[in-house]
Design a protein around this ligand. Structure first.
Ligand code: SF4
Ligand code: SF4
Length: 118
């Protein structure tokens, strides 16, 4: 059985797979609500994996999720540093459901008896 905390240790931006699942198939990355974002730049500064970048958007310099697959699977550290609550990640429940779905595909290499739990 794979524990959530154990899974958190497993991935860095240089890895292309997460427990046998291609990283680009895993929907775990931040989303920015631009109605709330005040373009303070804290998220860009905080994430050392360069998930964010400033770009011109709607005529303003705004943060964008430039490299979503750099986001460490199950990290949600930047959600709480955003002063306006503009950053969110998927819920753990949604995440587990998606992983279960992906594991059913024979192209993924998860071990037969592994399962995801808190
Ligand atoms: S930390 Fe929040 S408010 Fe500041 S730039 Fe990032 S998303 Fe916008
Ligand atoms: S959750 Fe963690 S890894 Fe992902 S973008 Fe935020 S700080 Fe970076």
């Amino acid at each position: 059985m794979i524990q959530i905390n154990e899974l958190k240790k497993g991935l860095t931006m240089s890895e292309e797979n997460w427990h046998g699942i291609p990283r680009n198939k895993i929907p775990w990355y931040p989303s920015i609500d631009y109605d709330k974002c005040i373009s303070c730049g804290k998220c860009v500064e905080y994430c050392k994996l360069c998930t964010y970048e400033f770009q011109e958007k709607d005529g303003k310099e705004r943060p964008v999720v430039k490299n979503p697959n750099n986001c460490v699977v199950l990290c949600s550290g930047c959600d709480s540093i955003c002063p306006s609550g503009a950053i969110t990640h998927p819920s753990k429940i949604e995440f587990r459901e998606k992983i279960k779905e992906l594991r059913k595909s024979p192209i993924f290499r998860l071990k037969k008896n592994d399962s995801i739990s808190d």
